[in-house]
Design a protein around this ligand. Structure first.
Ligand code: COA
Length: 538
């Protein structure tokens, strides 16, 4: 394979300015991640210590193999929402190694409002279960939760994608033969009682862990009975009398040791096979991506420079290099796994869409995972392109992205606008994982364009009524809030707080995240590749 020949001038002012700006964004990201992991009230810290519990970080550290990689998902979900302190939507989720086996972990954080579940916490739990089901990963739950955050119960409870769905999914996961292991390390109240009840293995911590459908306050209100949490649903009750729990643990440490022993006893599983070779570092330093990515998302640059810093040995076999050049397609290896990469190099034309359709079909047939590097303002618009059938060619790309069955992974490395988001495997197209870079922007269209569209619509309306167009000051008045909203709701921080992605990535770490994600995805068998596609509009 050919080595990509980088043309970057690392001494240029532009490179240095880009580098500085991205470095600053990554520093902000790291600071936010630290805050989300560590900022807890003194009251909560004291209470956790009084109860003799480990912190969530302490639990994860003891559960996961020492010095092993941990791929955390959505650590900044709910950032800036509620009172601004429901870090990570009140839970930590991710994929890590236990006895060398890839395991999905969900842990409530009892130091954030008693581990209660906010609406975004439900969304995060459901995202976690999607990851478990799509990738067939054994799942461990570290439950320590006061249940639904009651002031917002209407947003959590009854709908199809609300709390009840998590237990429905647990039944489906069981039917799919996905092991589910639960440690009761605090309260499992009301609906929460079904987390252990629907699991295959339940470890129960003495004194701090309790499972009940109605807690002591509810029992008192309903029946007048005075009962403590431990008498109602403690480890002694459930390990000795009810049989709800399977393993009795003295404390958090003991429970986690039991969890590790359970994982060690799981039957071994063959992973799906995809083409592989020995892993190799890229020839160019991934951190140089900082200097390559322009400060403005509207400034073009060559995505091959990014690919060169992502693939093993910086080697890349480009497909149809001269045809549809605004989309770069080709094969390379990431941490030894062969992948098909699609990266935007400008707006999508008919040719680029047709090239993508052929390339995705090829990878799908050959069982090669797909990586989408999104930096896309959309498909080309205008009379000439409509006549050329841009819509039907775009449809072929969107169609094949939807029906391809190989694992897909998306990184939004710049712009993600309009149908370009769809064709390049946005969240709705079920990539196994999707991340954003700190510089990226997402939306139906840019704020300026959206504002211009609305001004044009208004002026057309006025013209129909025989009135003059809006004066310049009214145009500005109309445009500003739209531009501001698009800016605020279109950045990576907003996206990640809404759980539109699995997290914001340091560009230099992207290759490692992809390597871990590809490896995790291979726990699920590759689907039958001869299923083909639906009908293409020709
Ligand atoms: N909804 C909203 N807030 C809740 C809550 C709930 N279900 N459960 C606890 N909280 C809040 C508390 O008001 C407190 O808020 P504050 O820090 O602003 O004062 C915070 O969570 C911590 O609760 P606290 O009771 O001080 O901590 P704790 O460690 O002693 O106990 C629980 C935590 C979860 C065991 C205990 O709060 C509890 O039993 N909650 C009710 C559980 C329940 O019956 N849930 C039913 C919902 S389905």
């Amino acid at each position: 394979m050919e080595i990509i020949d980088s043309r970057i001038d690392k001494t240029s002012d532009e490179y240095k300015a880009n580098y500085e700006q991205m470095e600053q964004k990554v520093a902000e990201l790291k600071a936010e991640l630290k805050r989300a992991r560590e900022e807890r009230s003194d009251k909560a810290i004291k209470r956790n210590a009084e109860l003799g519990k480990l912190t969530v970080q302490g639990r994860l550290d003891r559960l996961l193999d020492r010095n092993s990689p941990w791929l955390e998902i959505a650590p900044l979900a709910a950032r800036g929402m509620y009172d601004g302190k429901v870090h990570g939507a009140g839970s930590r989720i991710g994929i890590g190694l236990v006895h060398g086996r890839e395991i999905f972990v969900h842990a409530n954080d009892p130091m954030i409002k008693g581990g209660t579940v906010y609406p975004m916490g439900v969304k995060k739990a459901l995202r976690g279960q999607t990851i478990v089901m799509e990738n067939h990963l054994p799942a461990i739950s570290l439950v320590d939760s006061g249940g639904a955050f009651l002031p917002l119960q209407a947003e959590i409870f009854p709908d199809v994608d609300d709390g009840g769905r998590t237990f429905y999914n647990q039944a489906l996961m069981s039917k799919m033969n996905i092991p589910q292991i639960c440690a009761v390390m605090g309260l499992c109240t009301a609906g929460g009682a079904y987390v252990p009840a629907m699991s295959d293995h339940v470890v129960h911590v003495n004194r701090t862990g309790a499972i009940f459908l109605g807690g002591p306050p509810l029992v008192k209100a309903a029946t007048g009975e005075d009962v403590t949490a431990e008498e109602l649903g403690g480890a002694m009750v459930h390990c000795r009398e009810s049989g709800v729990s399977d393993y009795f643990a003295e404390d958090d440490e003991h429970a986690i040791d039991i969890l590790r022993n359970i994982v060690a006893m799981l039957p071994p599983k063959e992973k799906a096979r995809v083409p592989r070779r020995a892993p190799e570092d890229p020839l160019y330093d991934p951190k140089e991506i900082y200097g390559i990515v322009p400060q403005s998302i509207s400034k073009p640059y060559d995505v091959r420079e990014v690919i060169a810093r992502m693939v093993d040995g910086s080697e890349f076999l480009e497909f149809k290099a001269l045809y549809g050049p605004t989309l770069v397609c080709g094969w390379g290896y990431i941490h030894g796994y062969q992948v098909g990469i699609l990266g935007n190099n400008g707006v999508l034309f008919s040719e680029s869409a047709l090239k993508a359709t052929q390339f995705i079909s090829l990878c799908d047939r050959q069982g090669i995972p797909l990586i989408f590097l999104q930096n896309i303002s959309g498909y080309m618009v205008g009379r000439e392109y409509e006549r050329g059938g841009i819509t039907k060619d775009g449809h072929k790309m969107v169609h094949v992205v939807s029906t391809a069955t190989v694992p897909k992974f998306t990184v939004i490395i710049g712009a993600s606008f309009g149908a370009g988001n769809y064709g390049m495997c946005g969240r709705a197209y079920s990539p196994r994982f999707l991340w954003m870079w700190p510089n990226s922007q997402i939306g139906v269209m840019g704020g300026e364009q959206a504002a211009d569209v609305l001004v044009t619509v208004k002026n057309d309306q006025l013209a129909r009524e025989g009135q003059p167009p809006l004066p310049p000051e009214m145009v500005e008045q109309m445009k500003q809030p739209i531009i501001q909203a698009a800016l605020q709701q279109g950045d990576a921080w907003y996206s990640t707080s809404q759980l539109w992605d699995d997290g914001i990535l340091d560009p230099a770490m992207t290759r490692d995240a992809l390597g871990l994600a590809i490896s995790a995805s291979l726990n699920a068998p590759l689907e039958d590749r001869n299923q083909g596609h639906g009908v293409f509009r020709m």
